[in-house]
Design a protein around this ligand. Structure first.
Ligand code: ADP
Ligand code: ADP
Ligand code: SF4
Ligand code: MG
Ligand code: MG
Lengths: 272, 272
């Protein structure tokens, strides 16, 4: 029984860090996992493969844009714990149309039968979903997962993503599995808050719940510098990612989210 | 003598937070400042105006897309310390073409003579520069400023932005004024590091320097929840933003950056 998850969330919130660590956690539970980077920056999978692999757009270019000549082995590379990796890639910053590349990559992978070849597919999608192309992973995933932090800007972005998920749910099987709270830091103001009170408010407001929580941990920042997931580093706590993997693999409850109007985001998350 | 700055950097790194605070700092120094949000999420200026203003795309829609009927007063709103604000806006997440909206807004503001009406223009541009539209602010700004943190992913993104700045510098007067290090946290590993050693390495490698440093400060996170810049909050330290304002206003040294190949980013920033 194969499952497909699409990770969305504000840019820089930790989607790639979280998705790659969850991918390894799922592989350790026995699944054949494919991690698909849907970002022109192609930085979703380097901690799996140890370097930045050739992207789909690089491969297309090499084959003079004869997409039919592309074999899975050209674009799918296997790394740590047997996790497989693909990077859609895209044009350099400020050039071309990155949304088109991601949209076409989604279709190409489908035509190649890739989605049927794995127990778990994880789409790691860039932060700014500025056009239809970057919403196409929602047409191929079963579960949407939104990564956020306990702050206004990432929750405001999460709300906009809920609008996209809701829209796609009308025509596709995609549903929202829930929120991952990242960079959680309890007791910031010495008031004893649990560090995710705004995330809880948000989740409740849009009709969903928490899939998991990952603490703010400098080990995680340093793991990206070292180009590894936490699982490859001695003596670090991988439990937050293992917990998320477990929740996501065991038939998580899903909803069609009920996003808020912008003004309501201010009332719920902000102080007015 | 008017100056225009374009703030770029990884999504979620703190561009909007930094740009809005720097805008107020510049206004306090006597400048007539215009802050322009170049992000479909239109969340660049709410801490200036106290709410999310009608965007250019909203206004266009109201006028049945008769762009020539738009007056500056329709789209420019004035807020705290007299800072003026515009939001390009864009389509909802996953729909339409956000790059086109930003590109067209840049041209419209030029046709309306807006760029000549202010001492300071600050473009606050979204993180994922996935197409030409989001690079258009570089055609109207004099100085590019890249916001980053002391981590791999934001520096990798900064490098890609350097590629875009370098490309635009061939045809336009845009030059890189430098890097703003944000969320700086010294001594994370108890090794006494200053918290920006990777940023310094990066800046050196691409031929630029630091415009300023802003510490990781929960007051900043909370200011976004309250919908205010730090200047509107009692008893908080606004010096980091004032320092940046001073550097940027006083003829900062500029360069055409020398971006690295991806592999070199790993060697310089990562551990290989
Ligand atoms: N739980 C965490 N604790 C500390 N730092 C984190 C955590 N999650 C992510 N980061 C930091 O955030 C940076 C950006 O993460 P990344 O996965 O690239 O975000 P995204 O894919 O959403 O743009 C990482 O380089 C790392 O420094
Ligand atoms: N110096 C800082 N210290 C602590 N938190 C910060 C700092 N700068 C930004 N933030 C946090 O980062 C979040 C995202 O900032 P934002 O300005 O929206 O980023 P961007 O415009 O680059 O996407 C803010 O809501 C705030 O919580
Ligand atoms: S917003 Fe999307 S569709 Fe429009 S040009 Fe940019 S990447 Fe392409
Ligand atoms: Mg990412
Ligand atoms: Mg922003």
């Amino acid at each position: 029984m194969s499952h497909a998850y699409a990770f969305y969330g504000k840019g820089g919130i930790g989607k790639s860090t979280t998705a790659s660590n969850v991918a390894v956690a799922m592989a350790k539970l026995g699944g054949k996992v494919l991690l698909i980077g849907c970002d022109p920056k192609h930085d979703s999978t380097f901690t799996i493969t140890g370097h930045m692999i050739e992207t789909v757009i690089d491969t297309l270019e090499k084959k003079n844009y004869h997409a039919e000549e592309i074999e899975p082995d050209d674009i799918i590379k296997t790394g740590y714990m047997g996790v497989a990796a693909v990077e859609a890639g895209g044009p350099p910053a400020g050039v071309g149309c990155g949304g088109y590349v991601v949209g076409e990559t989604m279709k190409m992978l489908s035509r190649m039968g890739v989605y049927e070849s794995y127990d778990v597919i994880i789409f790691d999608v860039l932060g700014d979903v500025v056009c239809g192309g970057f919403a196409t992973p929602l047409q191929w995933a079963e579960y949407a997962v939104i990564v956020t932090a306990n702050d206004f800007d990432s929750l405001f972005a999460a709300n906009r993503i809920c609008v996209a998920v809701k829209a796609k749910s009308a025509k596709y099987p995609i549903r929202l599995a829930g929120i991952i709270g990242n960079r959680i830091a309890p007791n910031q103001n010495g008031n004893g808050e649990n560090g995710h009170e705004l995330i809880d408010l948000f989740a409740n407001e849009v009709g969903t719940g928490l899939v998991g929580l990952v603490p703010a941990d400098d080990t995680i920042r340093r793991s990206r510098i070292e180009g590894k997931t936490l699982f490859e580093i001695e003596g670090v706590n991988t439990k937050p990612y293992e917990n998320i993997a477990n929740v996501l693999l065991c038939d998580p409850s899903v909803v069609i989210p009920t996003p808020m109007a912008d003004r309501r985001v201010f009332q719920v998350i902000g102080n007015r």
